[in-house]
Write a protein of this length. Structure first.
Length: 62
């Protein structure tokens, strides 16, 4: 049985590459979110994710 600390160096390099790509994607997403936070979002029905005020979200009244 192989011990967890007995890894193949090529697997270590591959895992580092995978982690680097995950972190890079996260950083790019964060930068996009920050950039979008400063821009104005149109309040149009096609792009709006908010629920209109007249929509009832519950089946009970009271």
């Amino acid at each position: 049985m192989r011990r967890p600390d007995d890894t193949d160096p090529s697997q270590d390099d591959q895992r580092r590459t995978e982690l680097a790509s995950i972190f890079a994607a996260a950083i790019l997403r964060l930068r996009r979110r920050i950039a979008l936070a400063g821009s104005e979002v149109p309040d149009e029905a096609e792009t709006c994710l908010e629920v209109p005020a007249e929509t009832v979200l519950s089946g009970h009244h009271g």
